[in-house]
Design a protein around this ligand. Structure first.
Ligand code: FES
Length: 113
């Protein structure tokens, strides 16, 4: 089974929908666990502070297992290696920019003249 298919299966089990997300591996084979967990915490804090709709999720392994921390984008899966906080924040911004603005779709009366 391919890496992308494994990730899809794992996230569907966790009932993660197609909301844009950054999935960070916190397994111990690709990078020290404390480094990955700190990256996840800081990236989640950035996403929250910036008001982004992008979720930051953690997973036990992304089956890349080298040159970590390893991160995957969701729902358009791309794997990224050696991700630091600056790069993770850029990925959050890119995912937010690609995501449709739900507020405009659900509240059209707010935008009416
Ligand atoms: S332990 Fe991180 S990708 Fe496998």
């Amino acid at each position: 089974m391919g890496k992308k298919r494994k990730l899809r299966k794992s996230l569907h089990k966790r009932e993660i929908d197609d909301t844009p997300a950054l999935v960070i591996c916190v397994g111990k084979s690709c990078a020290p666990r404390e480094v990955s967990r700190q990256l996840a915490d800081q990236t989640r804090a950035y996403a929250t502070a910036s008001g982004s709709r992008v979720r930051v999720a953690v997973i036990g392994c992304l089956h890349v297992c080298k040159k970590g921390p390893v991160v995957a984008t969701w729902p358009d899966i791309e794997f990224h290696k050696r991700v630091d906080l600056a790069r993770a924040c850029r990925l959050v911004d890119e995912l937010a920019a690609e995501a449709p603005d739900v507020s405009e779709k659900t509240c059209p009366s707010e935008h009416a003249p």
